[in-house]
Design a protein around this ligand. Structure first.
Ligand SMILES: Nc1ncnc2c1ncn2[C@@H]1O[C@H](COP(=O)(O)OP(=O)(O)O)[C@@H](O)[C@H]1O
Ligand SMILES: [Mg+2]
Length: 435
């Protein structure tokens, strides 16, 4: 590219030292500035990542560097006539500069659209105001959600209570009605049996007298006596009447328990024998106690302590006993049989009572069924919580029991269970509320 045909550019300046120096110094300073500016541009762009369209700065940088190089070439060609090289350098600079200009032109509307600082500040303020407003609405919504949740749980509680009180009053009325209806016929059966026993004894005495007076009756009577197996009847008749008497007695007891259990006539607060309540409840659920599959038995062990009469609503307290005992029986029904055989354990419910202090009694009901896992334990007193199949469990028994003990009797009800081993429910209530 170096051609000997060309003369260095300095000749044009007639090698006048002043003129040459002026060009050299000016071109050098321009070059210095043209190299420094892109360095600063690149530095700024690399530090400020938020600057939009940062690539245009790289384009500026490129064309400014090239401009700097062309000025450097001006200095060089003063002494070295490489005009082709300097020409091509200018051509490159022209290409890059034109491209940058084109790109900048294309960018103009976009750059103009970038909001300025006051506009950004205004936008920011508007945004902040909107966020604050939204936060307020959110807080309001949260409050409303909380209120709704509260209302919902209130509704559920009321609904549970209504269902339960309806059910229990229905059950109580039915039990009381049945007990009342059975009571009359049973009493006359019972009193008639007593009379029948007396008559039978009299008749037997008369027969003995006949036999003694006439030891040799006519053949017809001897045949008839053999036919009806008179000797057997003689022995069995009295036994039969005795067992009928026992049966009637038992029915009267059951009727009494049913009346005791429902105690519709005793809906108010009064001093009650808790043990009587437990016994009548056991009588009411006697059938359920025998309902385990494969005739598996449940042993009831009563460890009644020496406790005074307790001031309470007897029918409600009996409901609590019934719910807790029923749950224990259900738990035995769910207990796998091989577990029972493996540990050779008898299904047991232990009911114990005792005084905790001067004014408190505790009733403890312990079963050795499956127990309750910790996760389930935390929910058993919630309304509608059940682990039983639809139709079998309502999830209300323990919830209602809790309400009855804590709200109606100012007492405590809690559960302690070891999964796989059994469950203990403890009812603690004040003996008297006057203290
Ligand atoms: N003795 C117990 N052994 C094991 N689980 C029990 C026992 N008592 C209560 N539970 C658990 O507590 C749950 C709630 O009982 P409850 O409120 O009476 O409702 P329900 O009997 O209708 O399920 C039962 O579903 C059962 O999972
Ligand atoms: Mg239950």
């Amino acid at each position: 590219m170096v051609s000997t045909n060309f003369i260095p550019h300095g000749h044009c300046y007639l090698w006048k030292t002043g003129l040459v120096s002026l060009h050299v110094i000016s071109d050098s300073l321009i070059t210095l500035a043209y190299f420094a500016i892109p360095i600063m541009l690149v530095y700024i762009v690399s530090k400020r990542e938020d600057i939009p369209f940062d690539w245009i700065f790289w384009c500026f940088g490129a064309f400014i560097v090239l401009c700097g190089i062309t000025h450097l070439a001006e200095v060089w060609t003063l002494w070295h006539p490489n005009y082709w090289v300097s020409g091509w350098l200018k051509a490159c600079t022209a290409a890059i500069s034109l491209s940058t200009a084109g790109l900048l032109f294309w960018l103009i509307p976009k750059l103009l659209a970038i909001p300025n600082v006051p506009k950004l500040e205004a936008l920011n303020a508007a945004l902040a105001a909107e966020i604050a407003e939204r936060k307020q609405i959110e807080a309001k919504l949260n409050l409303q959600t909380q209120q709704l949740e509260h209302t919902l749980s209130e509704l559920q509680r009321t609904q549970a209570q209504m269902i339960q009180s309806e059910k229990m009053s229905g059950l109580g009325q039915m039990v009381a009605g049945v007990a009342h209806e059975i009571n009359n016929p049973v009493s006359f059966i019972y009193s008639n049996i007593l009379a029948a026993k007396e008559y039978a004894e009299d008749l037997m005495g008369l027969l003995f007298l006949y036999q003694k007076t006439y030891p040799l009756p006519p053949a017809e009577i001897i045949i008839r006596m053999a036919d009806i197996d008179f000797d057997f009847i003689k022995d069995d008749f009295m036994k039969l009447l005795s067992s009928m008497e026992k049966g009637a007695e038992r029915i009267s007891q059951i009727v009494l328990s049913l009346r005791n259990f429902s105690r519709l006539d005793e809906a108010e607060f009064k001093d009650v024998d808790i043990h009587e309540g437990i016994d009548s409840t056991l009588m009411v659920i006697a059938n359920k106690l025998k309902s385990l599959p494969n005739n598996r038995e449940i042993q009831i062990i009563k460890e009644y302590g020496d406790i005074p009469l307790v001031e309470c609503y007897p029918n409600q307290l009996n409901q609590v006993f019934m719910h807790i005992l029923s749950n224990a029986i259900d738990a035995f029904a769910e207990k796998p049989e091989d577990v029972k055989n493996f540990s050779n354990q008898v299904n047991q419910i232990i009911i114990s009572t005792g005084k905790i202090d001067n004014n408190w009694v505790a009733i403890t009901i312990i079963d050795n069924a499956n127990g309750i896992t910790e996760e389930i334990q935390s929910k058993i007193f919630d309304p509608f919580f059940t682990t039983k199949q639809v139709g079998k469990g309502t999830g209300l028994g323990l919830y209602i029991s809790y309400e009855i003990i804590t709200q109606k009797h100012g007492g405590r009800l809690f559960c302690d269970s070891t999964p796989g081993q059994g469950t203990k429910f403890v009812i603690e209530i004040p003996i008297s509320h006057q203290v």
